[in-house]
Design a protein around this ligand. Sequence first.
Ligand code: UFG
Length: 327
Amino acid sequence: MILVTGGAGYIGSHCVLSLLKKGEEVVVFDSLVTGHIETIETLKQYGKLKFVRGNLQNLSEILEVFENNDVTSVVHFAAFSQVGESVKDPQKYYYNNVYGTLNLLNAMLQHNVKKIVFSSTAATYGEPEYTPIDEKHPQNPINPYGSSKLMIEKILDDYDKAYGLKSVRLRYFNVAGADSESIVGEWHDPETHLIPNILKSTFSGGKPFAMFGDDYDTKDGTCVRDYINVEDLVCAHLLALDYLNSNGATTYYNLGTNDGNTVKEVFSSCELVTGKDIPVEIKARREGDPAVLVADNSKAKKELGWSPEKTLEQSIKSAYAWEVKRH
Ligand code: UFG
């Protein structure tokens, strides 16, 4: 049985869906602070899924999951992930992300479970020194969210050396889209991400889309990001589990497309996909946004045999179908 923490959230729910469709038995552990019970109810229709509501900050709650289930490996998504909030309230991030993970690892070691796939982030690299960013790029996060994820990466290295716990850390760039059947999708409250925010502005009563800065040193003045489709991203998690199951060593991979799009390009693509003129307002730059973030994904391609296949337009189409369904 595979334990998925944070399986009621955006990326976690897509991973659970893929695991269930593959015939795996899954137990989801989620506090439902940012995840949704409706997502769990939907996912239960797709296979053998058990749900436990609990918080990783309570060791006894996660220990109980290992006591009651035959967990063989873990995919660990559960975390707070808003960069701006992490600057305002770092304690929330270090307690939840770092301390919560320490409890999870404690429970794993007590039950001799020694394989974990961990959601890390491009935010561990901080302000890029060069682009595209490969895994050798220095990791100097510039906000508590990125720091919390980097601390966990270091803890995982030490736990491998001392206890033989094997991990694959996946450093996500900008995750986009929803599953192609609109079973699950992106559902954050509040929403801070680019594509859902643009799409929200297409619905009546929606506010104009706020574009944060058009004076960056890029081809059209707006920030460049590497948008990786959520289904492609989830494929890498399944490959990482296979890798660990065949005794793979602890490692880490960037998950992105090797290609970047500006905010204006994403906006135009959203207009094209929806067939609507989307209201937009140019605002000041958002604090902490680097001009360009693009992944060099060759390590994951070479070693995991992973290859992202979906285009930005496909991600926007699936995200839009999901937003329409929700409305
Ligand atoms: N943007 C807007 N308007 C919005 C939302 C975003 O113009 O309403 C712009 C941002 O300024 C940025 C780009 O769109 O230039 C992408 O912003 P997102 O918030 O969608 O994504 P980020 O690149 O800020 O964040 C992502 C992940 C984080 C991770 C970070 C790594 O969502 O979890 O990459 O730096 F930490």
